[in-house]
Write a protein that binds this ligand. Structure first.
Ligand code: XUL
Ligand code: CO
Length: 437
């Protein structure tokens, strides 16, 4: 097959002094940080949908991206060619992983049977390409939001037949993820929400969504898929309100429906900000409850209130994210998946390289800066001292559940007043962060 990116052999690491835009300045896969290589820490993944299915149309304009390898048809041949091109890109970029939705890789047929057959055909190519290149599948997923049948949702639809179709689609998507040895499988509830509460039985819809997930958990066991399941929070878009609105809402849902042992969280930066949180807040919450699984690495735009899915370049964001990820012990099955697309104005094939290089370098720098902060231990030390009153005496007794209201009242009656607190030193800590960045 003719090369799709003929001018590019690969993206080398050339170090911070290089002025070659098609090189890494910070991401050096083999470089060891905190006892692991950068490659092992960051586990970068390319999102098939944005990089190979998104022509960058917007509400006002047509697609702009040049994808000369793609004939624009829904044919199987085109899908197979696209798959080969995608692997050429992963390989040249040096991305160890990719992620896909079932419908990204293969066309929908007239019936479920035909659609499944199409998927099997393309999965054969994906498998060959994985073997040829060593690139692995970080996670697979089912697209339960694009087709008109899902206009009311999939797990939360009012139409039981549509629920059944969604279940069949998820079953097949888990099967092919297993076939491709995927490290995980994601549930993002694209239309699992509502437009109007006047037509929505919220309790019933939540019960149904939980049913779908329980069936998936059962099926996973049944077929012996050992990858990790994730749920991906997002508050809105395309629905006005999505049930899995943020990490805390997902946690409440997973607990209520007894699913908490079966799914971890896939935190996306732009979804966090749409929910009115920072990226780090969502990561920190997921880490605090022990469910930080994987990350969709991107960013929004301060001026725009929607999911712009831009490539991450903000060093504060990547540093704070890596601080939390390192504190949580790093990724096991998860990784950093660039759920991001090039700008509509960046329409040439080479822009796909620039975009990913930028994201990978931004996270590599974030990793190095976070590791330097952790090595010096200043923030850790500050944190430890801030909570020192809990390490012994009354604090330790409260944590151990050894005292009740009566005993605490007695303790304070005797003591009179709490000792004055020390300052939170917010500005000092912010200044310190700047020193490292
Ligand atoms: C949409 C989004 C999805 C999921 C996978 O906002 O993030 O691409 O990551 O379905
Ligand atoms: Co995402």
């Amino acid at each position: 097959m003719k090369e799709a990116f003929p001018g590019i052999k690969g993206i080398p690491y050339e170090g911070p002094k290089s002025r070659n835009p098609l090189s890494f300045k910070h991401y050096n896969a083999a470089e060891v940080v905190e006892g692991k290589t950068m490659g092992e820490h960051l586990r970068f993944s390319v999102a098939y949908w944005h990089s190979f299915r998104n022509g960058c149309a917007d509400m006002f304009g047509m697609p702009t991206r040049l994808m000369p390898w793609d004939d624009g048809s829904p044919s199987l041949e085109n899908a197979k060619t696209r798959a080969r091109v995608a692997f050429e890109f992963f390989e040249k970029l040096g991305a160890p992983f990719y992620c896909f939705h079932d419908r990204d890789v293969a066309p929908e047929g007239k019936t479920l049977a035909e659609t499944n057959k199409n998927l099997d055909e393309v999965v054969k190519v994906l498998k060959q390409e994985q073997q040829r290149t060593g690139v692995k599948l970080l996670w697979g997923t089912a697209n339960l939001f694009s087709h008109p049948r899902y206009l009311h949702g999939a797990g939360t639809t009012c139409n039981a037949d549509v629920f059944a179709f969604a279940a069949a689609q998820v079953a097949k998507a888990i099967e092919v993820t297993k076939e491709l040895d995927g490290a995980g499988y994601v549930f993002w509830g694209g239309r699992e929400g509502y437009k109007s509460l006047l037509n929505t039985d919220m309790g019933r819809e939540l019960d149904h969504l939980a049913k779908l997930l329980h069936m998936a958990v059962d099926y996973k066991k049944q077929i012996g898929f050992r990858g990790q399941f994730y749920i991906e929070p997002k508050p809105k878009e395309p629905t006005k309100h999505q049930y899995d609105s943020d990490a805390a809402a997902c946690y409440a849902f997973l607990q209520r429906y007894d699913l908490v042992d079966h799914l971890k969280l896939n935190i996306e930066a732009n979804h966090a900000t749409l929910a009115g949180h920072t990226f780090q807040h969502e990561l920190e919450f997921a880490a605090a409850i022990g469910l930080l699984g994987s990350v969709d690495a991107n960013r929004g735009d301060l001026m725009l209130g929607w999911d712009t899915d831009q490539f991450p370049t903000d060093l504060y964001d990547t540093t704070l994210a890596m601080l939390t990820i390192l504190k949580a012990g790093g990724f096991t099955t998860g990784g950093l998946n660039f759920d991001a697309h090039v700008a509509r104005e960046s329409f040439e094939p080479v822009d796909l390289f620039h975009a990913h290089i930028g994201g990978m370098d931004a996270f590599a720098r974030g990793l190095k800066i976070a590791a330097a902060i952790r090595k010096d231990g200043v923030i850790d030390k500050f944190m430890k001292e801030r909570y020192a009153s809990w390490d012994s005496g009354i604090g330790a007794n409260i944590e151990a559940g050894k005292v009740n209201f009566k005993q605490l009242s007695q303790y304070m009656l005797e003591k009179g007043n709490p000792a004055p607190n020390s300052s939170g030193r917010v500005e000092m800590l912010e200044n310190l962060l700047n020193e490292y960045i």
